[in-house]
Design a protein around this ligand. Structure first.
Ligand SMILES: Nc1ncnc2c1ncn2[C@@H]1O[C@H](COP(=O)(O)OP(=O)(O)OP(=O)(O)O)[C@@H](O)[C@H]1O
Ligand SMILES: [Mg+2]
Length: 249
């Protein structure tokens, strides 16, 4: 058994506010995510979930408040290979001529710089990532020739390829069939439990989030709830939120 310091803070937000225009989209959000946490984020459409992820990934900068990754202010943070990101569903253009292997290799670039030739250990890591998502046999296929669910797996393999400590996933199972979805959540669970990979998952599947995640967050401009999934489901509070829509139950 390996020992992991679950008290290590991976992400810390303090009083984070953000707006695209004049209206606040994310308001006064504070939270800490620790090593090995599996965080489920739910909330209505337009509630600010994707924005919240982008703030934690440095894609957007807060108007006020602070974001720290691994204890370092995000403006100073450089170790991006520690973080993987599976963005909200993007389909791969049919004219994008890349094989599955080449696509997953892109996940190594943050480590290797813009111009590089893959070395043996890059190839091995790419193969390992593809095996983890059970897509190794497809490595020479064009990515555009895969089904949506298979492409989703390849997106995850790309996020895994940099050997991250944390992965952010934005609605990764939209359009994926029930069986693939089930396998997908099993994969996430094993990555979380066996590798202590920290996961931040945005989803509309409340039942799954509540079942799989160790922490649940509800975002509707503010972080209205953050804590144990069980408590969230028990409270009247939760029924009130269902009335606002945006979650499947
Ligand atoms: N680039 C942008 N420019 C201006 N407004 C934006 C931009 N992106 C998002 N918004 C607005 O910010 C709000 C939050 O959007 P966000 O994408 O974070 O919501 P979400 O919770 O991820 O929703 P969904 O469940 O539909 O994915 C919405 O009102 C949206 O219209
Ligand atoms: Mg979104």
């Amino acid at each position: 058994m390996h020992t992991v310091d679950h008290s290590q803070t991976i992400i810390e937000l303090k009083d984070v506010c953000f707006s695209y225009t004049s209206e606040d989209v994310v308001k006064n959000v504070s939270l800490q995510i620790h090593k090995g946490d599996y965080v489920g984020i739910v909330g209505p459409n337009g509630g600010g979930k994707s924005t919240f992820l982008k703030l934690m990934l440095g894609i957007l900068r807060p108007a006020s408040g602070t974001v720290k990754l691994f204890g370092v202010d995000i403006s100073q943070f450089k170790d991006w290979s520690k973080i993987g990101y599976v963005p909200q569903r993007t389909t791969v253009d049919a004219n994008f001529p890349v094989t599955v292997e080449e696509f997953v290799m892109m996940g190594r670039y943050s480590r290797l710089g813009l111009f590089h030739f893959p070395k043996q250990d890059d190839r091995e890591r790419v193969n390992k990532s593809l095996r983890q998502v059970e897509m190794y046999e497809y490595k020479n296929r064009q990515i555009s020739e895969l089904s949506g669910g298979q492409q989703q797996r390849v997106f995850i393999a790309r996020a895994l390829a940099s050997e991250p400590e944390a992965i952010f996933l934005d609605e990764p199972t939209v359009g994926v069939d029930v069986k693939t979805q089930k396998q997908f959540y099993e994969l996430l669970r094993s990555l979380n439990q066996k590798l202590d990979l920290t996961l931040v998952l945005v989803t509309h599947e409340l039942d799954i989030a509540a079942h799989e995640a160790t922490e649940l967050g509800y975002i509707n401009r503010t972080l209205e709830y953050y804590g144990e999934p069980k408590e969230f489901l028990k409270g009247d509070y939760f029924h009130e939120l269902i009335g606002k829509g945006g979650i499947r139950h």
